[in-house]
Design a protein around this ligand. Structure first.
Ligand SMILES: Cc1ncc(COP(=O)(O)O)c(C=O)c1O
Length: 343
């Protein structure tokens, strides 16, 4: 069996229910002068939309096979990952506990409201670092195990060597879709934080002889002490799981912090303009925390002639943040034609 066949034969749940389409962003492409396509991983049920679905399809197939009764996940109170875990738990009939950083908010909005509606047990741990959050998650896992639960813990962003295989498969899926359109994949640009998306796409690309460029736009600072090293170890671990004999090095991890701006969830140059341009030219919505920063990167890199085409914007989801007043107010006041509207 070839490595690709091993990858395709992995045990996998179908949580999305359909293959996400790829669409040519004609008017957006014309506006920025580069051929851009969009892989619509943002589409799906409200709970199970976005990039985490791909990771969970592989990771939770393993969890279910191992007899898990309870999923534990961690993230910020606005995390798309924890919301997707809560939704998957409900779909699979598993219990779910979420550890959420930042102080308990007064308003249940966006993903936090969904976490609650989807039946997860919510634990607010205050404004702690990602590392402290992981430590506290370990403590909760031990507590639940002592009470008889069979716990499966999902790391930050659900990124692991196993879950990244969902994105190695996704690379293959995109490649075939683009081929049906008579196009190749020149460059993929995507928002990046925990690294599962990047590691998986790099692995998928490696299985095809590194034919594309994979560019991760970092949207969160200090997720790991060694970000490149951790991404690389996910990709290498994924390769091991499918017996792929590949030479993966730090040079294969291509990420930039140039579009992080003031930090995770905070403003960055060009993001509101990117949200506005994509919404008005294509009707495609991106959020200011994740995918908006990737689109801002595409616009900037296109203006500098630094993108090998055709470009695929991998839409990793996250529109839920648009319904959080904290972000909605900032977007409204940053877009001229809206800020002039008296509410
Ligand atoms: C909408 C969205 N886009 C991109 C990312 C980054 O993906 P990854 O954690 O795989 O780096 C995340 C998760 O953190 C996300 O929720």
């Amino acid at each position: 069996m070839t490595t690709l066949e091993t990858l395709k034969g992995l045990p996998r749940l179908d949580l999305r229910g359909f293959v996400s389409p790829v669409q040519h962003l004609e008017r957006f492409s014309e506006a920025i002068g580069v051929e851009v396509w969009c892989k619509r991983d943002d589409i799906g049920s409200v709970g199970l939309a976005g990039n985490k679905v791909r990771k969970l399809e592989v990771e939770l197939a393993h969890a279910v096979a191992s007899g898990a009764t309870h999923l534990v996940a961690e993230g910020s109170r606005l995390s798309n990952a924890t919301r997707a875990v809560a939704a998957a738990s409900a779909v699979l009939g598993l219990k779910c506990t979420l550890l959420l950083s930042h102080d308990e908010p007064h308003e249940p909005v966006g993903n936090l409201m969904l976490d609650g509606l989807l039946g997860a047990d919510l634990r607010f741990v205050g404004n702690v670092s990602w590392l402290e959050l992981a430590r506290q998650a370990e403590t909760v896992v031990r507590e639940l195990e002592q009470s008889g639960e069979r716990v499966y813990r999902l790391p930050i962003g659900c990124a692991s060597e196993r879950s990244c295989l969902g994105f190695a498969l996704a690379y293959n899926e995109l490649r075939e879709q683009m081929r049906e359109h008579g196009r190749t994949v020149g460059t993929i640009v995507h928002a990046s934080s925990s690294g599962g998306t990047h590691a998986g796409l790099v692995l998928g690309n490696a299985l095809h002889g590194f034919e594309s460029e994979i560019r991760g736009v970092v949207v969160a600072e200090d997720v790991y002490p060694d970000v490149v090293g951790t991404y690389l170890s996910h990709a290498r671990g994924g390769a091991r799981l499918i017996n792929a004999d590949l030479e993966l090095t730090r040079d294969h991890i291509n990420i930039t912090e140039a579009y992080l701006g003031d930090g995770y969830g905070l403003p960055a140059t060009g993001v509101y303009e990117a949200i506005d341009l994509l919404a008005t030219t294509e009707g495609v919505l991106v959020d200011p925390v994740y995918s908006g920063k990737a689109v801002a990167a595409i616009i900037d890199l296109a203006s500098k002639n630094e993108l090998k085409g055709p470009v695929v914007f991998w839409h990793t989801g996250g529109y839920h943040a648009l319904f959080d007043p904290r972000y909605a107010k900032r977007i409204w006041s940053a877009i001229d034609r809206l800020s002039d509207v008296a509410l």
